[in-house]
Ligand binder design. Structure first.
Ligand code: ADE
Length: 115
């Protein structure tokens, strides 16, 4: 059977409770098949999100079909397929360096000694 092109072995989940544990994640998402890896967001920008990598693309689809809108601790999960072009680029090194340079300029940090 063929699958739509957006279907992926990796799903991207939003609106997770900040307090959800790795064990709870494996219990919930593991119901749909073997999981290769789960990465739970742990920064200010990524908290409440996770990437779940399934071994099998059909299991990822089952999870997406069943868990989109699923209620967890009074929150409704948003489940999308991983799309690299939509990944938050703020976490990469070049952007961090650019951010730092802009902050240094704004606040007058230039490496010179000040009396
Ligand atoms: N960031 C926002 N949407 C995304 C998606 N579908 N996949 C990966 N990262 C995302």
């Amino acid at each position: 059977a063929r699958l739509p092109p957006e279907v992926n072995r990796v799903i991207y989940v939003r609106n997770l409770p900040f307090s959800i544990s790795s064990e709870e994640m494996y219990e919930l998402f593991g119901k749909y098949g073997a999981i290769r890896q789960i990465r739970i967001g742990n920064t200010k920008e990524t908290r409440g999100t996770a990437y779940i990598v399934y071994e099998d693309i059909y299991d990822a689809k089952q999870a997406a079909d069943h868990l989109s809108g699923f209620n967890v601790q009074n929150r409704y999960l948003i489940v999308l397929y991983y799309n690299p072009s939509r990944q938050n680029k703020k976490s990469n090194l070049k952007d961090q360096e650019e951010k730092l340079r802009a902050m240094q300029e704004k606040h007058g940090v230039d490496g010179e000694q000040h009396a």
